[in-house]
Design a binder for this molecule. Structure first.
Ligand SMILES: NC(=O)c1ccc[n+]([C@@H]2O[C@H](COP(=O)([O-])OP(=O)(O)OC[C@H]3O[C@@H](n4cnc5c(N)ncnc54)[C@H](OP(=O)(O)O)[C@@H]3O)[C@@H](O)[C@H]2O)c1
Length: 308
């Protein structure tokens, strides 16, 4: 558990219970929320298993949160195809456990505890050719997408005061992600192939953390779409990551590179309502990526120096 705040008495400072504290988003989100002045009680899976309702209630009783930031999830998209029971246990039942405990505060006479649920572009079928709006029809094609949508429905069933925040193509420090994988492959191999027929929007955990920090101040619950600005293909994204490396990045089709879980062919998300609510426009995916890569190189430098 990590707890921190600059000034716990600052007006607007919240006690935030954060699940999935060992994950990639949490690695950037927790320090950001602390920087904003909140008290953050962050738990990893070992210390807080969301599939156990009694354990969830115990953490609520101990922390007495003003808000819950629910980042824990089963994120192994391909594995979920053969092991959907675990993905549903975590993403649907685990999320429902959190929502139940947020709602239970009402029974005690207080207002329900606001809940932020991070969801995904995989709730859409990818057959659109214009960015999906928050209340467009959902139709997930993968087991992971179905389990995340079941989580969304559980949140909506139990609560009025929720933020469902769908994001996509997430990367950042502290987790396995596409940017690090491509950078490593492109550093080691002369040629790599990357799919060029799936379009979406990359999102840095830094951008998403800034959005979440702003959204919880708005007092405007609902479903939101939160990504970096612009859309691209995995191939173009990889070209940008590998820029300057001597590796040739070649386009290929999804058919040439089959994976167990179907991916949406198009999953750009419309952010108009988000931008209206938070009052700022996220950076372009190219700017966010450049910032991340600069940070990546700064972190690498001491190691490289040690190798000389
Ligand atoms: N990564 C993406 O591209 C992407 C895209 C769209 C949406 N999202 C959503 O964004 C959110 C954050 O994703 P992320 O990339 O930070 O994922 P992540 O790195 O996989 O983090 C998720 C965390 O949840 C934990 N967890 C798994 N089962 C749990 C359980 N039963 N109880 C408590 N914790 C459990 C995991 O612990 P272990 O590692 O120990 O299993 C992991 O630390 C998730 O809701 C995800 O669905 C991610």
């Amino acid at each position: 558990m990590l707890e921190g705040t600059r000034d716990a008495t600052k007006p607007g400072c919240k006690r935030i219970l954060l699940t999935g504290g060992g994950g990639m988003l949490a690695a950037t989100l927790v320090p950001h929320l602390i920087d904003l002045g909140h008290q953050v009680f962050s738990f990893d899976r070992e210390h807080f298993d969301i599939t156990d309702l009694a354990e969830v209630q115990k953490h609520f009783d101990e922390v007495k949160p003003d808000l819950v930031m629910h980042c824990a999830a089963y994120t192994a998209v391909d594995q979920a195809e053969s092991d959907s029971s675990l993905s549903f246990a975590v993403n649907a039942t685990g999320t429902e456990n959190i929502a139940r405990c947020c709602a239970a505060a009402n029974a005690g006479g207080d207002a329900e505890i606001p809940m932020v649920y991070i969801s995904t572009d995989y709730v859409f079928d990818g057959k659109s050719n214009v960015p999906y709006k928050p209340y467009d029809r959902t139709a997930p094609e993968s087991k992971y997408g179905m389990s995340k949508l079941a989580g969304e429905l559980a949140v909506q069933k139990h609560l009025k005061y929720y933020y469902i925040v769908r994001t996509s193509w997430l990367y950042g420090p502290g987790g396995k992600n596409f940017v690090d994988t491509i950078y490593k492959l492109a550093s080691d191999k002369p040629v790599i192939k990357v799919v060029a027929d799936q379009k979406g929007s990359p999102t840095s955990t830094k951008t998403l953390s800034q959005i979440l920090g702003a959204l919880i101040e708005t007092g405007k619950p609902g479903i939101y779409h939160a990504t970096d600005m612009g859309e691209t293909t995995w191939y173009e994204f990889a070209c940008q990551i590998a820029h300057g490396l001597p590796c040739k990045v070649e386009p290929c089709t999804t058919q040439e590179m089959p994976r167990p879980a179907p991916r949406p062919a198009y999953s750009a998300l419309d952010k108009a309502s988000l931008i209206e609510a938070i009052g700022f426009v996220p950076p372009t995916w190219q700017d966010a990526l450049a910032q991340y890569m600069e940070l990546m190189h700064q972190v690498k430098k001491p190691e490289e120096a040690a190798l000389v």
